[in-house]
Design a protein around this ligand. Sequence first.
Ligand code: UDP
Length: 165
Amino acid sequence: QTAVADAPAPDKEYTFAIIKPDAVEAGHADAIFAKLAEAGFRVAAQNEMTLSREQAEAFYGEHKDKPFFENLVTFMTSGPIKVLVLSAPDAIKAWRELIGPTNTEIARADKPESLRALFGTDQTANALHGSDSSSSAMREINFFFDGWAYDNMPAETNFAVITPE
Ligand code: UDP
């Protein structure tokens, strides 16, 4: 399968999100679902799970040489998460905007209305994940929802894209 990462902006786009263990544990999931709906996102698919160490290491593989990698994997496997496929116009960029800066302290200082400012804990436990590009969104959706993209993404989405060979 091949992906075209930079297709023209469509009316509807998909992104991948995680409600991380700190936010699930703190009971913030319902408030987060309310905020994302209010911001115009639709939940296209969701699942609740607890990541294995192998899954967390694979998902965050691009960070394996970073000093925070061990902390991140320990945190992400510490309890249940909710994995979501979200749709909206310009979903990838819009969701990154809504969640705000990676570090919760910076989010609280610079973007107090952002979801990480409202629901995060610190620079690791920051409540939410969001794909940073079209190619990441596709990889991440397929990582957690095997085959979902192939069955559900209409040709006019940014993943048009996913062309079975
Ligand atoms: N992270 C961390 N320490 C850092 C930077 C990142 O623990 O100094 C964690 C944090 O949970 C973040 C994740 O690693 O969300 C992935 O980092 P990335 O730089 O990709 O940030 P994101 O794209 O999630 O904002």
